[in-house]
Design a protein around this ligand. Structure first.
Ligand code: OFO
Length: 171
């Protein structure tokens, strides 16, 4: 059984993950509208991953007999500027999510909630990967250039990303 404080915090995290999904779906739609199909694909995969993150918390709460309370999801912006600006915004958002995950771990430690602490470890590792992916793309955008041939090549590369659901806590 989860303590009230932890229940509230996890409900808040479901909302943040759902917002992440919404944000990346908006970025995917924006990329499509700009004629960047590879970027659109990359963000659509990211949207799917974020839905999985939200569901992971949802199922954990159910397993713990906690009450899931869904909150309103904030409206994302419509325009994200250049690919560089869009990925800078993505990195900034992921840094915000990392901070939120770390605060959840701190809370689990304070409440001596060992089960939730272990559950959250997957998210701690995942956030390292999320930020690292964004840094790698930002580096490529700087190196290859955010227009013309460089942009075309990066768009092609991002078009090959596929969604593979994480099926266990190890992957
Ligand atoms: Fe759920 O990791 Fe991104 O936001």
């Amino acid at each position: 059984m989860l303590k009230d404080k932890m229940q509230k915090a996890l409900n808040g995290q479901i909302n943040k993950e759902m917002y992440s999904a919404y944000l990346y779906m908006a970025m995917s739609a924006y990329s499509e509208s700009r004629g960047w199909p590879g970027f659109a694909n990359w963000f659509f995969v990211q949207y799917q991953e974020e839905m999985e993150h939200a569901m992971r918390i949802y199922h954990y709460m159910q397993e713990q007999g906690a009450r899931v309370e869904l909150e309103a999801i904030e409206k994302p912006q419509l325009d994200f500027g250049s690919p560089m600006e869009m990925f800078q915004a993505t990195l900034k958002h992921e840094q915000f999510i990392t901070k939120s995950i770390h605060e959840l771990v701190d809370l689990a430690i304070d409440l001596k909630d060992h089960a939730t602490q272990i559950f959250l470890q997957w998210f701690v590792t995942e956030q390292v990967e999320e930020e690292s992916n964004d840094h790698a793309i930002l580096d490529k955008l700087s190196l290859m250039g955010a227009e013309g041939r460089g942009l075309y090549m990066l768009d092609r590369e991002l078009g090959s990303r596929t969604y593979s659901p994480h099926t266990s806590d190890e992957d």
